[in-house]
Write a protein of this length. Structure first.
Ligand code: SF4
Length: 80
């Protein structure tokens, strides 16, 4: 599974950090989401998935969701 955080859409609600603080954090400057670990251990897969689904601003895109043998979480900070 691959999770991409399109930070341009982030409204700094912090829900993803509450759901999975091992992987997500918020930038000190503006509260926008950041990723602490691009290759989290697989036992965090469900929490990462939950965090992505809980986001009120649909910041996250999940690719290859059926593949549970790999987990990558990356930031895409391009402006849309
Ligand atoms: S839950 Fe979504 S809007 Fe809130 S901080 Fe995380 S990425 Fe940003």
């Amino acid at each position: 599974m691959r999770v991409i955080a399109f930070t341009d859409k982030c409204i700094a609600s912090g829900s993803c950090v509450l759901a999975c603080p091992q992987v997500f954090t918020q930038r000190d400057s503006d509260g926008v989401v950041d990723v602490l670990n691009e290759h989290p251990p697989l036992e965090l897969l469900k929490k990462v998935q939950q965090a992505a689904n809980l986001c009120p601003a649909q910041v996250f895109t999940i690719e290859d969701e059926e593949n549970t043998s790999e987990l990558t979480v990356i930031v895409d900070d391009r402006e849309m």
